[in-house]
Design a protein around this ligand. Structure first.
Ligand code: NAG
Ligand code: NAG
Ligand code: NAG
Ligand code: NAG
Length: 359
């Protein structure tokens, strides 16, 4: 599996060469590969940059990565598909189910989608693609179900700690979700290392602003409180930013705005680059008095740290599980193995159930 993490830079330009360019009115359209001359020039440029790399301290991969993204943009059939159009197309009853993926996560996306399809909710799914390769892949097989919210992150800036690009990288989840609320839709966000065993939309009791799940492994009584849990050792709770349902209310928007603000305040380290969870927790804590928050039941939405580690608890709560999250484990290979061990890696035998088919 890990090979797919390293192949993207070289694959993208060629695998998309058959796409016709969109309307040429796009001011950002950076480079045309349509003639042999420009292709040659680009190749020379890449080689030249490759020679400079040791001096600049840059990885050649990253340079090719940026170029390939630029190219894909000009070649993507779906580059001009807007969030507004996408929401209008997928929403049912004013509600959408979203996930955010880049190319390496496509197998997980497919696995999650099979489970969503079994609950007959796939029509409401909008995949927010973080690169043009994912955008085109999903829409080619399942037209209209993926959208890209510009700007595309360029790998170089996104990883420079302290840069605007770095902030953008961590800020994308709350920023995407806020845009969806501002369009007036309810939104359920899921990480794609999840599998549905039942329909979570049917479990959203009441009419609260924001619903979320606890990432703590400590076992709670079935009748536990639905308030935001008290702060733990780090001065904040441990709510998971992996599964969130929001209504387009002032309260929910306030939480997302606070989340963005907290991301800017916190001294994020490079190692934690994609970890937006602490900031989400500070935001919940600081807005709890003004916003109607709802903690979902642990038995229905257990953290992976509980579900995969305590067989007794799983037996005791059998029939109550709604979403299983494959967290508390690091690495694609390990996650896949664990899903397989538990019969939750559905793409092996059930790929035909996914709207994307076998990827
Ligand atoms: C939309 O809402 C109506 C009324 O609440 C419900 O009967 C229907 O099943 C919902 N449709 C979907 C796709 O959830
Ligand atoms: C960061 O995001 C803002 C707004 O979305 C955008 O205008 C800017 O170009 C981005 N910066 C980088 C370096 O990606
Ligand atoms: C849960 O049930 C126990 C025992 O019936 C009771 O003592 C406790 O107060 C209940 N907790 C909540 C939050 O309702
Ligand atoms: C596992 O779950 C059982 C049943 O809920 C509980 O009594 C036990 O303490 C749990 N074990 C651990 C290590 O948390």
């Amino acid at each position: 599996m890990s090979h797919i993490l390293h192949q993207r830079p070289l694959q993208t330009p060629l695998s998309h060469s058959s796409f016709s360019p969109p309307s040429s009115t796009n001011p950002k359209r950076p480079i045309s590969l349509s003639t042999p001359t420009t292709l040659l020039a680009l190749l020379l440029l890449i080689l030249f940059m490759g020679l400079l790399c040791p001096w600049l301290g840059l990885m050649p991969q990253n340079i090719i990565f940026s170029v390939s993204n630029s190219y894909s943009y000009s070649s993507s059939k779906w580059g001009h598909y807007t969030l507004d159009q996408a929401l209008n197309f997928v929403a049912k009853n004013g509600t959408v189910i979203v996930c955010i993926v880049s190319q390496p996560y496509l197998p997980f996306l497919n696995n999650w989608l099979i489970s969503v399809t079994r609950e007959k909710r796939q029509d409401m799914v909008l995949v927010i693609a973080e690169d043009y390769a994912s955008l085109d892949k999903v829409n080619e097989r399942w037209p209209g179900h993926a959208v890209l919210i510009p700007p595309v992150l360029d790998a170089e800036n996104a990883h420079k700690f302290g840069s605007k690009g770095f902030f953008n990288f961590t800020a994308r989840r709350p920023s995407h979700l806020l845009k969806i609320l501002e369009h007036g839709y309810n939104v359920m966000y899921n990480d794609v290392d999840m599998v549905w065993l039942a329909d979570p939309l049917a479990k959203l009791e009441g009419n609260h602003d924001v619903y979320f799940t606890d990432d703590m492994t400590a076992i709670k009584p079935l009748n536990h409180s639905h308030d935001l849990p008290p702060p733990g050792k780090k001065g904040r709770p441990y709510i998971c930013s992996c599964m969130i349902f929001l209504r387009p209310t002032d309260g929910a928007k306030l939480v997302l705005k606070k989340w963005l603000e907290e991301l800017q305040l916190q001294p994020w380290s490079r190692a934690k680059k994609s970890n937006d969870q602490p900031a989400f927790n500070w935001a919940l804590m600081k807005t709890a008095k003004e916003v109607d928050l709802y903690l979902l039941p642990q038995a229905a939405f257990p953290t992976g740290g509980l579900y995969f580690k305590n067989k007794t608890w799983v037996k005791e709560t059998k029939g109550k599980h709604v979403i299983i999250h494959n967290n508390y484990i690091v690495g694609f290979e390990k996650k896949i193995k664990r899903f397989r061990d538990y019969g939750l890696w559905l793409v092996d035998d059930h790929a035909e159930e996914s709207p994307l088919g076998r990827l």
